[in-house]
Ligand binder design. Structure first.
Ligand code: SF4
Length: 235
């Protein structure tokens, strides 16, 4: 190898995200830099940065609050129990999960110890604001046709503090983030429903919200069609 690789020094604690962004960002280069981010104190608590994942040409982006316990350990977003529920809901809504980009407003898991368990703790306004440039960069790179905020933290971070998911869920709202923007509940709230009946009812409402989005998206190719297309298009 003749070309010298440019080595970037490790980010310092408190170094803001905009200072870390590469000159010509790609999803991969941004995720690589975010892996060492120390812009807020959450890097001390989480195992690793959990960056967004999905195809760079995704037409739909889903934005949650933060990685959970399972995501923190695995290093991938929406792979725990809430992620599995999300997978089922997307399938029921007719949305191809593999064509969706999933991410969070905060990329480190914030938690409090309770015995041997790590219990989710809500990120504060400073942490959300410190992390936001990562999300803004993801949105700018993907430019999704539709963006769905999952839960109140994501909705209020992106659509304003006065946004009420309980009242405005499932409604398209005008936003500069994407041509179609909507908020609905976070799938973890469905898991917390007190009994099977309310869990089923909540799941039905969640799927109904996702179906509204599905109607507005171009049809995604099926698995076998995608395999053929990617063989041809592989760079
Ligand atoms: S939560 Fe976001 S801003 Fe804070 S350290 Fe992690 S990646 Fe950086």
């Amino acid at each position: 190898m003749t070309a010298e690789k440019r080595v970037r020094s490790e980010p310092k604690p408190g170094e803001p995200v905009p200072d870390l962004l590469p000159d010509r960002p790609t999803l991969k280069s941004v995720a690589d830099v975010a892996a060492d981010c120390k812009a807020c104190d959450l890097y001390k608590r989480g195992t690793q940065t959990v960056f967004g994942e999905g195809p760079k040409r995704a037409t739909l982006m889903l934005v949650g609050e933060q990685p959970g316990d399972a995501e923190d350990l695995a290093g991938h977003p929406f792979v725990g129990p809430a992620g599995k529920l999300l997978d089922r809901a997307l399938e029921q809504a007719g949305i191809n999960r593999e064509a969706v980009y999933v991410t969070n407003v905060v990329k480190h898991f914030k938690w409090e110890p309770r015995g041997k368990r790590r219990i989710h703790a809500k990120p504060n306004a400073g942490e959300i604001s410190a992390c936001r440039p990562w999300l803004e960069t993801e949105i700018a790179l993907i430019r999704p046709r539709a963006l769905v905020c999952l839960g109140a933290t994501a909705a209020q971070a992106l659509l304003g503090k006065s946004f009420k998911v309980s009242k405005q869920r499932g409604e398209f709202v005008p936003s500069s983030l994407a041509p179609l923007v909507m908020a609905t509940v976070h799938p973890s709230s469905i898991l917390r429903a007190p009994d099977d009946e309310s869990r089923r009812a909540e799941m039905d409402r969640f799927v109904a919200d996702l179906k509204k989005i599905a109607k507005e998206l171009p049809r995604e190719p099926g698995r076998s069609e995608r395999r053929q297309t990617s063989k041809i298009a592989r760079e």
